[in-house]
Design a protein around this ligand. Structure first.
Ligand code: AMP
Length: 218
C-alpha cells in the first residue's frame, strides 16, 4: 500500500502515520523527521534546511525531493509506505509521480486530514518533541509519563522552534498558499479521501483504518 497524508501542520498526520505504518507493516517517510535529523547531525543539507525550518518556511523542493527519492529506493519501502509531510507543493507531487511511475508503483490513496484552525493551534503550541527519537507528546492531551523527559528514550523534551507562535502563523499561511492546492490536484486524479481528524487519536485511527483497509493487500 502506498499512501500520502495531506493536511495542515498539527492535524495529526505524524501520529497517525506511525500507527498506520505499524498496523499495515509499511514504511513511514516523514520529510520533517528526515530534515530534523539532518539538522541535528549538522550535515550540509541540514545546515541549509535549518534556516527555512526555524522560520516555518518550506525547504526548497530540490533538497526535499532528493531526500525522498533516496528513501523510496531503500528496502523497507518495498512493502509500501506512508508519506507524511510530502509532497507539500505541486512540483513535489509531480516529481513523486514520476519517481513512482518509473518503478510502476503508483499511489493508492491520498488522505487529507481536516481539523478546525483553533484545534490545530492548540495542538501545535502544546506539542513537545524528543530531539533524539522524534517521539511527540502534548502537555495537555498526551503528556510524557516521565514529565519533562521522553517516555521512549529518556532525552529531555523540547518545544520545536517552529511550534512557537510566530512560526505557527507562517506555517499555516504557507500551507494555505503552497500545499492546499494539492487537495484539488489529487481530487482530479480521483485519489483523494477526506478525513475528519478532530477527534481522539483512537477515533481518528479507526476512521482512517476504514479508508485504508481496502488497499492493504496492494
Ligand atoms: P513537519 O514536521 O512535517 O511539520 O515539517 C517541519 C518543517 O520541515 C516544515 O515547516 C518545513 O520547513 C520542512 N519540511 C518538511 N517537509 C517538507 C517538504 N515536503 N517540503 C519542504 N519543506 C518541508
Amino acid at each position: 500500500m502506498r499512501v500520502v497524508f495531506l493536511g495542515a501542520p498539527g492535524v495529526g498526520k505524524g501520529t497517525q502515520a506511525d500507527r498506520v505504518a505499524a498496523q499495515f507493516k509499511i514504511a513511514k517517510i516523514s520529510t520533517g523527521d528526515l530534515l530534523r535529523e539532518a539538522v541535528r547531525v549538522q550535515t550540509p543539507l541540514g545546515r541549509e534546511a535549518k534556516q527555512y525550518m526555524d522560520q516555518g518556511r518550506l525547504v526548497p523542493d530540490s533538497v526535499v525531493i532528493g531526500l525522498v527519492r533516496d528513501k523510496l529506493a531503500e528496502a523497507p519501502c518495498a512493502n509500501g509506505f506512508v508519506l507524511d509531510g510530502f509532497p507539500r507543493t505541486v512540483p513535489q507531487a509531480e516529481e513523486l509521480e514520476q519517481v513512482l511511475r518509473a518503478t510502476q508503483r503508483p499511489l493508492n490513496r491520498v488522505v487529507t486530514f481536516k481539523v478546525p484552525r483553533e484545534v490545530v493551534i492548540k495542538r501545535l503550541s502544546g506539542r513537545r518533541s524528543c530531539p533524539k527519537c522524534q517521539a511527540t507528546f502534548h502537555v495537555e492531551f498526551a503528556p510524557s509519563q516521565k514529565g519533562a523527559v521522553c517516555d521512549r528514550c529518556g532525552e529531555t523534551l523540547v518545544q520545536r522552534s517552529d511550534d512557537k507562535p510566530e512560526a505557527i502563523e507562517t506555517r499555516l499561511k504557507v500551507y494555505e498558499e503552497q500545499t492546499a492546492p494539492l487537495i484539488q490536484y489529487y481530487a482530479n486524479k480521483r485519489l483523494l479521501s477526506e478525513l475528519d481528524a478532530s477527534g481522539s487519536v483512537d477515533a481518528v485511527f479507526e476512521a482512517l483504518f476504514g479508508v485504508l483497509a481496502p488497499y492493504s493487500a496492494l
